[in-house]
Design a binder for this molecule. Structure first.
Ligand SMILES: Cc1cc2nc3c(=O)[nH]c(=O)nc-3n(C[C@H](O)[C@H](O)[C@H](O)COP(=O)(O)OP(=O)(O)OC[C@H]3O[C@@H](n4cnc5c(N)ncnc54)[C@H](O)[C@@H]3O)c2cc1C
Length: 384
């Protein structure tokens, strides 16, 4: 096994790091401290710069604005972007909406939506979860009823990330209430400023406004915005989830935290306790293991053309729990100062990560569900 990058891969990685060093808009690295409008303005500028290089939709075919990048190129790109915390890169339009439209959309829909996602002009949010439908997503109750040339949508979605500034929503709703639950769903593109949509903020325990509740009251959506066949939406949702491939984002985020922690501890007055030293060593080991898992997933995908499901689930589970453990160690290392909630404290970024990391084992599927899927589908253990 040869772990070295090929010369093409190395030069692509150098190009990406060079871009991060010198071509991002001024103020991008302090964007998190600004108001929502300031952060959004920076994110949009970053997206435009990435789009100019066809990097925003890197894995998409060239005809839709991408570069047909290989899984390994995507991994190298995502790794650098996550490590440097470049904003505006997590993009649901690119990650799963576009790929599903490429597979199941009409020519008209491809023309309408894809180039505006790849150019960074349109931001999308995902409207799946409901108050009574999370892990058991197929039990969602939001209704879409055909009325002439439109569908009329009624219901409520929850935990909608970016719902407060997305231009478009990727909606799953029930079109046949009498069919078995996986067979009566359809997917739609919905303009987020359509009359009848109300977006209400939900502030997370780290104090930031990332997600929302979204209410639909007699919202008219043209039938031309149904994506794929009516009542086959569950398959679009499942295919979309498969596009979330490796856990390189989690690896790089945790690796950055470990690097920053090492830097802090190396110069800390009063030394470092043996327990913290050992925990940091364990985290450095876990970060390396997760990175290898991500590279393995990309290399299997590169050879077979398919992302290996079991390995991807394992990496998601391992990475989410590792991020929480790394953040917990960081907070302990700061002692009482770790409780600081004011932004000018050197402990603040770790404090924030500690609180934010709670969501890691919930978003994109909880750890309990990941374990069940690995044990049953992955390892073949009986369900009962
Ligand atoms: C930061 C963040 C961002 C999100 N963004 C979006 C978004 O943009 N769009 C969107 O649609 N959704 C989004 N979600 C929602 C997310 O997908 C759901 O929260 C997640 O799927 C869990 O669903 P739930 O919250 O309803 O919990 P539940 O499904 O009610 O689960 C509650 C608890 O019960 C456990 N549990 C449930 N079923 C089982 C089972 N069969 N076996 C064992 N244990 C079980 C769970 O593991 C969990 O611990 C986001 C969530 C977070 C935290």
């Amino acid at each position: 096994m040869d772990f070295r990058l090929t010369s093409d891969q190395q030069s692509f990685q150098d190009e990406v790091t060079g871009f991060i060093k010198s071509e991002l808009p001024a103020g991008w690295d302090s964007a998190r401290e600004g108001t929502l409008e300031e952060r959004l303005a920076i994110e949009r500028q970053v997206m435009q710069r990435l789009a100019e290089r066809r990097w925003l939709a890197l894995p998409w075919p060239e005809e839709y604005g991408g570069m047909s990048a290989s899984p390994m190129q995507q991994l190298l790109f995502n790794e650098q972007m996550a490590y440097h915390r470049v904003p505006g890169v997590i993009n649901m339009g690119v990650a799963w909406v576009g790929p599903v439209i490429i597979l199941y959309g009409t020519d008209e829909q491809k023309k309408q939506y894809l180039s505006r996602i790849a150019s960074g002009d349109d931001i999308w949010c995902t409207l799946y979860s409901e108050p009574e439908a999370g892990s058991d997503l197929a039990s969602m109750q939001t209704r879409a009823v055909r009325d002439g040339d439109d569908y009329i949508i009624n219901g409520q979605k929850i935990w909608t990330s970016l719902g407060h500034y997305a231009d478009w929503g990727w909606l799953a709703a029930r079109t046949d209430p009498d069919a078995p639950k996986h067979k009566g769903l359809s997917t739609f593109a919905v303009k987020m400023d359509s009359p009848g949509i109300t977006v209400r903020p939900l502030v997370n325990m780290a104090g930031s406004h990332e997600f929302n509740e979204v209410f639909f009251e007699d919202v008219r959506v043209p039938a031309s915005q149904l994506i794929g066949e009516e009542n086959r939406g569950w398959y679009n949702v499942a295919v979309g989830l498969d596009f979330e491939r490796s856990s390189i984002g989690a690896t790089s985020t945790a690796r950055r935290t470990v690097d920053e922690l090492v830097q802090y501890l190396s110069s800390k007055a009063g030394g470092v306790s043996p327990s913290i030293r050992h925990r940091v060593a364990d985290h450095a080991l876990s970060v390396t293991v997760l990175r290898m898992m991500a590279y393995n997933i990309a290399s299997i995908q590169e050879k077979t053309g398919v992302a290996p499901n079991r390995e991807a689930q394992m990496a998601k589970l391992f990475g989410a729990e590792m991020q929480q453990q790394v953040a917990a160690t960081a907070l302990s290392a700061f002692g009482m100062q770790g409780q600081a909630t004011h932004e000018d404290s050197s402990a603040f970024p770790f404090h924030y990560q500690y609180l934010r990391s709670v969501a890691n084992t919930i978003e994109g599927g909880t750890s309990e569900i990941q374990r069940t899927v690995i044990a049953t589908r992955g390892l073949g253990l009986p369900r009962e």
